[in-house]
Design a binder for this molecule. Structure first.
Ligand code: COS
Length: 378
């Protein structure tokens, strides 16, 4: 059964994460579209990154609620810090979940320390929403494999130290012939360039020109990599919702202050019923999104049936990200022109919130997943 109320321990954890990020991490943000290693190292040193992996020396695989609380808390103070933290988890989770013990021991500790940078490489120029259409080839080469093709819209590319790469091992089989590999960023034949775009985190394009990887790089079973990707997304999609909730909370906090102090016709803006009711609607939307996120995360941690996790995860991402977009837009409207001035918190949030309805499965994909589960038609 999903949780409706956070424990005192969870609340303390969220308060600690937010305060730590505000004091020590947010000042290191650079917004230059490249991986910010000093910021990552500081998040490692302060224990924030370790918390992504359950906060213990032995990585804990079931820490979805903690991940969501972290993301929601840090989102309220810095989008760059929030995404840097989340991408360490998304990029490395296939290794933690499906890699050999040696591979996990090699990569997870430096990633949790902020010394190594991880990335999740699924999308291709011809395979975005339709992930099973991916074509990057992995061909047998002695005991290992050679990877040839392209990945695009890859967060943390081209600066990452380790990529979880999803490649085609059996042609013409869609989801059944995909294998996941861990590919070091300094592999011979792997090149890339950044893509300048509307996003709080670095994104890039990768070219694999016969990149050689050994047999130990395979994550899970050969030809079973599509499920590795989908299980990773089941964990991270609610946390994208948590990021959206944190952004929307920050937007609302500043807007409540604004409508209480801004004078219109000799009275605070909040005295206008249309304004007060708009605030109330946004609070209700935010609270609904937050509860859906917590419920999805709690279902994951409780080990609910996989289909139930997938369904809840899709609902949480869909609702929370769509709600956040509307809330940030509503907050801009209640401020007027001042919110669009460069450097205003809402101007930043207005730009940052947009990509959440697209990445890790666009809203339309979440609707497809939900409808399939409920209607039972593929
Ligand atoms: N967990 C485990 N296995 C899963 C799964 C999940 N959540 N979702 C699907 N699978 C398995 C299915 O069970 C199926 O296996 P079998 O054929 O053995 O039953 C296989 O994967 C294919 O699933 P499906 O038939 O649903 O694949 P489709 O191509 O029809 O669609 C969607 C899959 C649309 C859900 C997928 O392509 C998707 O998530 N797209 C969005 C991609 C995305 O999020 N990209 C962002 C990258 S990170 S920014």
């Amino acid at each position: 059964m999903a949780e409706f109320r956070l424990s005192a321990e969870h609340q303390r954890f969220a308060t600690w994460a937010r305060a730590t990020a505000a004091e020590h991490i947010a000042p290191l943000a650079r917004h230059d579209g490249r991986v910010n290693r000093p910021l990552l190292r500081e998040m490692g040193a302060r224990g924030l990154l370790r918390a992504v992996f359950g906060g213990t020396a032995e990585p804990d695989q079931a820490a979805a609620l903690q991940l969501c609380l972290l993301r929601e808390a840090i989102a309220q103070v810095s989008g760059e810090a929030e995404t840097a933290l989340a991408l360490q988890g998304l990029g490395s989770y296939p290794i933690l979940q499906s890699g050999t013990r040696d591979l996990a021991a090699r990569w997870i500790p430096p990633i949790a320390a902020g010394e190594a940078v991880a990335a999740f490489a699924l999308s291709e120029p011809g395979a975005g929403s339709d992930a099973a259409a991916l074509e990057l080839r992995a061909e047998p080469d002695g005991q290992g494999w050679r990877l040839t093709g392209e990945k695009t819209w890859i967060s943390n590319a081209p600066d990452a130290d380790i990529y979880s790469v999803f490649a085609r091992t059996t042609p013409g089989t869609r989801s059944k012939g995909v294998t996941a590999f861990a590919v070091p960023g300094d592999s011979a034949g792997l090149t890339g360039e950044p893509i300048d775009m509307l996003s709080p985190h670095p994104i890039g394009h990768l070219t694999f020109d016969g990149v050689r990887v050994g047999p130990e790089s395979v994550l899970g079973e050969v030809d079973d990599g599509f499920a590795v990707a989908m299980r990773t997304l089941d964990l991270f999609r609610p946390s994208v919702g948590a990021y959206a909730v944190g952004m929307a909370q920050a937007a609302l906090d500043t807007t409540v202050e604004h409508v209480k102090t801004r004078q219109v016709h000799g009275a605070p803006l909040a005295r206008q019923q249309a304004v007060a009711h708009r605030i109330a609607d946004m609070v209700a939307q935010l609270e609904a999104g937050r509860l859906l996120v917590y419920a999805a995360a709690a279902a994951y941690d409780a080990g609910d049936e996989p289909q139930e996790q997938t369904r809840r995860s899709a609902i949480a991402k869909l609702f929370a990200t769509e709600a956040a977009q509307q809330i940030v837009d509503g907050c801009v409207q209640l401020h007027g022109a001042v919110a669009l001035r460069s450097g205003h918190l809402l101007e930043q949030l207005y730009r940052d919130v947009r990509s959440l309805r697209i990445y890790e499965g666009a809203s339309e994909i979440q609707r497809t997943i939900i409808a399939r589960e409920v209607i039972g038609i593929r």
